[in-house]
Design a protein around this ligand. Structure first.
Ligand SMILES: Cc1cc2nc3c(=O)[nH]c(=O)nc-3n(C[C@H](O)[C@H](O)[C@H](O)COP(=O)(O)O)c2cc1C
Length: 183
């Protein structure tokens, strides 16, 4: 087993999600001491504070996956200049009940890809605000705002040649960050 396990949270449920493609591709650039597991958020209930004392099995599963990970990689689209509701719902579910926030202390990385020209910049800024409250040390630089374009991925689903160095640099910085703050 790899020394560091990173939970990957993808803010899109779409079958052909560009963000899932990005998540699948960028983790291939990480060193072997890191492994990445995508967590399921599609079966979580809509967060309801009345359920705090009796959380659904899917919420308990997510919380256990987050707690056992050494860090969290968020890969998110931008919806209406913010993060998608499914992502916020997952974050809220795993942050409760009060005092049992599964995200606390986990070193986070935030990236995203969009068809829009600002490449998820607004969504990422909103997400950073949430992660600060959740007490997650979040990599500040480099930032990554990617717009979908031909050649972003090659036919095998790897990062295309033009973007590879840029994304390699980001993952190198994130793994160093995760090692430093591994929780
Ligand atoms: C509800 C909704 C809102 C969107 N809002 C934005 C937006 O604010 N900014 C943007 O760049 N793209 C926006 N888009 C377009 C997304 O960038 C595009 O659908 C992208 O493919 C979503 O990511 P995915 O491929 O990982 O599902 C929006 C799409 C949807 C469905």
């Amino acid at each position: 087993m790899s020394k560091y396990q990173i939970a990957v949270v993808i803010g899109s449920l779409r079958k052909d999600s560009f963000n899932r493609k990005l998540a699948n591709a960028i983790v291939k650039l990480a060193p072997p001491e890191f492994s990445f597991q995508q967590v399921q958020i599609s079966d979580l209930p809509l967060y309801n504070q009345d359920d705090d004392a009796n959380q659904a099995e899917s919420v308990k599963r997510l919380k256990n996956e987050i707690k056992s990970a050494h860090g969290i990689l968020f890969v998110t689209p931008e919806y209406n200049r913010s993060i998608p509701g499914v992502l916020k719902n997952a974050i809220d579910n795993a942050s409760r009940p009060y005092g049992q926030n599964a995200w606390a202390g986990k070193p986070a990385g935030v990236i995203g890809v969009s068809i829009g020209v600002i490449g998820t910049a607004m969504a990422q800024q909103h997400l950073r605000n949430v992660l600060a409250f959740l007490d997650m040390p979040t990599l500040g630089q480099p930032e990554i705002f990617i717009q979908v374009k031909d050649g972003l991925f090659d036919e095998a689903g790897n990062i295309g040649a033009d973007s590879k160095q840029f994304l390699q640099n980001w993952i190198d910085k994130y793994v160093a960050w995760a090692k430093k703050h591994a929780a």
